[in-house]
Design a protein around this ligand. Structure first.
Ligand code: NDP
Ligand code: ZN
Length: 355
């Protein structure tokens, strides 16, 4: 079987591998829609999680069940399914503590294109199929559905972790597809004003559509503009979904005391030999201003996918608006991944359809 792989840090290419074996609780899936992620870019071109040789990339997929193990009860060959980017081991201690994405060690629920082969393949294996797959609703387009496994799940988590109350002011630093879902999530959580920070014109348009009240171009100074617009007070919640290793400086500067800074970034690089991320000492109240920084991995699993599918089929958000570049055919995958790396100004998210 053919797959698009990270050959080593800085290099991708097509490789041949054996079709994965189906364990008793697993399912083997044939993808019908795939999307590359900025995380694939961090993993390959920044070597963010370390070296990987010939690891098939990708973790955003919708597919058809091809085979199920003997213990799988709820899915059968032919079912069309949404596959979460994160496929935890639900019996693990981390899952029982309420952190399934960290099952099997830090970030251990993130198997595809991290510790196992990913979904950019003719077939891929899903562990604990009954707990990790969700039926794709008939009424949902593939462009919408393929945004659920990671973009919607991560962006909405940004809003969930940001502890948004009705009427709160929220800043979303970065409006690529993750931040855009943060904007949509903040609106659904009842935010008042939403400051969306970014510059790509298509993303700005979708940010407004998803509920942004103010667009801030970071090139003119994010903190300065947001502090001016809030009378020097800053915002109640910050969602971080873009920028470099120094982005937390802006986040802390614009966060009111008592606020939560909800980081979604996968920091591909830090500063210096110690590989650190800086915080502004004074703006962080010398460490004492109750400005909480959280950082989390996308929630996965069946229930999460079913819940997000409900949000989409009931028209609360239209994720297909983010699919700016649609490719047809498995062979186009490499072009789509390179597009995600190069980020032309009209790009939000590329999607590859396989049927
Ligand atoms: P994109 O690269 O598409 O978007 C990044 C956004 O950040 C763009 O809007 C960009 O603006 C903006 N930006 C750039 N510099 C700054 C700055 N200095 N201040 C504020 N905004 C800035 O990324 P994605 O939306 O695809 O992903 C965002 C992050 O989320 C990535 O690090 C990704 O790896 C991570 N991620 C994390 C997951 C998790 O589980 N935690 C899951 C999935 C992704 P412009 O409009 O000018 O391009
Ligand atoms: Zn992703």
């Amino acid at each position: 079987m053919k797959g698009l792989a990270m050959l080593k840090i800085g290099e991708i290419g097509w490789i041949e591998k054996d079709r994965p074996k189906c364990g008793s609780s697993d399912a083997i899936i044939r993808p019908i829609a795939l999307a590359p992620c900025t995380s694939d870019v961090h993993t390959v071109w920044e070597g963010a999680v370390g070296e990987r040789y010939n690891m098939i990339l990708g973790h955003e997929a919708v597919g058809v069940v091809d085979e199920v193990g003997s213990e799988v009860k709820d899915f059968k060959p032919g079912d069309r399914v949404i596959v979460p980017a994160i496929t935890p081991d639900w019996g693990s201690k981390a899952a029982q503590r309420g952190f399934p994405s960290q099952s099997g060690g830090p970030l251990g629920g993130w198997k595809f294109s991290n510790i196992e082969d990913g979904v950019f393949s003719e077939y891929f294996r899903v562990n604990q199929a009954d707990y990790n797959l969700a039926i794709l609703p008939d009424r949902m387009s593939l462009e919408s559905a393929v945004m659920i496994p990671d973009m919607l799940s991560t962006g909405f988590m940004g809003a969930e972790n940001a502890a948004i109350e009705f009427g709160d002011s929220v800043a979303v630093l970065g409006i690529g597809p993750v931040g855009l879902c943060g904007v949509a999530g903040a609106k659904l959580r009842g935010a008042g004003s939403i400051f969306a920070v970014g510059s790509r014109p298509n993303a700005v348009k979708v940010a407004r559509e998803y509920g942004a009240t103010d667009i801030i171009n970071y090139k003119k100074g994010t903190a300065k503009q947001i502090l001016e617009l809030t009378g020097g007070e800053g915002v109640d919640s910050v969602i971080v979904a873009g920028g470099g290793p120094d982005i937390l400086i802006d986040a802390v500067k614009i966060a009111k005391p008592g606020s939560v800074i909800s980081n979604l970034n996968y920091f591909g690089s830090g500063f210096g030999a110690e590989d650190t991320l800086p915080l502004p000492r004074v703006d962080w109240g010398f460490g004492m201003a109750y400005k909480t920084i959280t950082g989390s991995l996308c929630p996965g699993g069946r229930l999460r996918m079913e819940q997000l599918a409900e949000v989409v089929i009931n028209g609360r958000v239209d994720p297909a608006l983010m699919a700016t570049h649609i490719f047809n055919g498995f062979d186009k995958l490499e072009e789509a991944v390179l597009l995600m790396k190069d980020k032309p100004s009209n790009l939000i998210k590329p999607v590859v359809l396989l049927e």
